[in-house]
Design a protein around this ligand. Structure first.
Ligand SMILES: CC(C)(COP(=O)(O)OP(=O)(O)OC[C@H]1O[C@@H](n2cnc3c(N)ncnc32)[C@H](O)[C@@H]1OP(=O)(O)O)[C@@H](O)C(=O)NCCC(=O)NCCS
Length: 189
């Protein structure tokens, strides 16, 4: 059932050169191992604690059993240039956990277009809200998400990453209306 839904939405064209494909967990981590260092500053260099838990710990195996969706952005030459993954954390919510695009491919609309492809798929799964959290100084992702209709829903202090801003986007008019009416925000658009 889910495979059919996935096939109805992916692969999705992000621009003339790049396509997003749904991949297995194994392929996803092969790609992220290859791309990670070109996109993110290693946590250690930021002065942040580096998780020493071995990849094959029981906890990581159990975490891998939470339903997740894995995507890779490939060029027409089949080179991976970006990735995104997220998890269904409850009956309404998809948590976008980790995304990254190689610097040479940033700022040409790939992430925005990816959200345009991802969200109808999540709606088809019955997801009603999409959440994420980001370091408060990560302007690119915060701006890209705000432009794509996400709103700021909270802020937490996290001992691993410092200040994190929580974002959400509501996928149904009912939930959007419920939010607006709870916070007296009609027509806040
Ligand atoms: C965050 C990220 C995925 C955005 O991907 P992207 O494909 O470059 O984003 P888009 O091109 O769709 O940008 C959409 C809008 O976001 C804003 N934006 C994106 N990058 C920006 C930047 N560096 N500075 C300011 N605004 C930026 C712009 O308003 C942009 O629209 P515009 O180009 O028409 O002005 C990418 O910058 C990235 O991989 N960053 C490093 C990894 C990361 O921080 N991941 C998120 C945390 S998990």
């Amino acid at each position: 059932m889910i495979e059919q839904l996935r096939e109805a939405h992916f692969p999705g064209k992000l621009d003339d050169e790049v396509t997003v494909t749904a991949v297995s967990r194994q392929t996803f981590y092969e790609v992220t191992n290859q791309l990670y260092q070109h996109i993110f500053t290693p946590l250690g260099e930021l002065g942040l604690y580096q998780d020493p838990t071995p990849q094959n710990s029981l906890a990581k195996t159990l975490a891998g059993q939470i339903h997740a969706e894995y995507f890779v952005f490939y060029t027409t030459a089949n080179e991976p240039v970006g990735f995104s993954m997220g998890k269904v954390v409850n009956g309404q919510t998809f948590f976008m956990e980790w995304s990254g695009i190689l610097p040479a491919y940033q700022r040409r609309g790939l992430y925005s277009r990816f959200l345009d492809v991802l969200i109808p798929y999540l709606q088809a799964l019955g997801i009603d809200r999409v959440t994420s959290n980001h370091m408060g100084n990560n302007r690119p992702v915060l701006i890209a998400k705000l432009k794509a209709g996400f709103i700021i829903t909270g802020m937490t202090l996290d001992e691993r990453h410092g200040m994190l801003v929580w974002l959400a986007r509501f996928l149904s008019p009912e939930r959007q209306h419920g939010f607006e009416s709870a916070f007296s925000l009609p027509n806040f658009g």
